[in-house]
Design a protein around this ligand. Structure first.
Ligand code: ZN
Length: 190
């Protein structure tokens, strides 16, 4: 992902533009900040939406506190059950993310990563900060992504989550949205 590339990049594909945007942002961060990902702020999550021909990819990143109310491995049976229920909820990508039905999308893959919950690659964080994140990548295959006018998110069922910083990359341009509780619709055009 960190291959060097110049701004001449005329490569097609919204995802590439999203990566380039992330690279530009990373350029001002230290390597350790890059490894840690984006800023960890309780109450706030990040969502990157890449709309490519035939495919929509969602990259979701949030402090674990937003989803669970704690940011460590579960210690009690009740907490273990809470984590199990969370994972099931997040894996149900078609409920969590409802793409405009006009685009004819179907969930094709879900990857969840969280070191403290032992999900995914479980990359250890640099030092124990007492904080932890969860990241999810959702891939949808679609009949016609050009017809995807909006995305409704089911995130505000998590009561600790108040705002989602959204970045959208489509063939028509790249832009940001700020989604605040209780709104749930992200319009996918600039
Ligand atoms: Zn935290």
């Amino acid at each position: 992902m960190l291959r060097p590339s110049g701004p001449e990049c005329g490569a097609p594909g919204a995802r590439w533009r999203l990566v380039l945007g992330a690279l530009l942002m990373c350029a001002v961060l230290t390597p350790s900040a890059q490894a840690a990902g984006r800023a960890h702020q309780h109450g706030v999550a990040r969502l990157d939406i890449a709309v490519d021909p035939g495919e929509i990819t969602l990259q979701f990143s949030t402090p674990l506190d937003n989803l669970l109310g704690f940011e460590r491995a579960p210690r009690t049976d009740a907490e273990r059950a809470q984590v199990q229920s969370l994972v099931a909820r997040l894996r149900a990508g078609e409920t969590m993310w409802r793409i405009d039905p006009a685009a004819g999308c179907q969930l094709a893959g879900v990857t969840l990563e969280s070191a403290v919950l032992k999900l995914g690659r479980s990359v250890a964080s640099a030092g124990d900060t007492g904080h932890a994140d969860l990241e999810g990548v959702y891939t949808f295959r679609c009949a016609d992504t050009a017809r995807a006018g909006h995305l409704d998110v089911g995130l505000f069922g998590f009561r600790h989550l108040h705002r989602v910083e959204v970045q959208v990359a489509t063939a028509r341009g790249q832009f940001r949205r700020d989604l605040k509780r209780p709104a749930q619709r992200i319009v996918l055009s600039p």
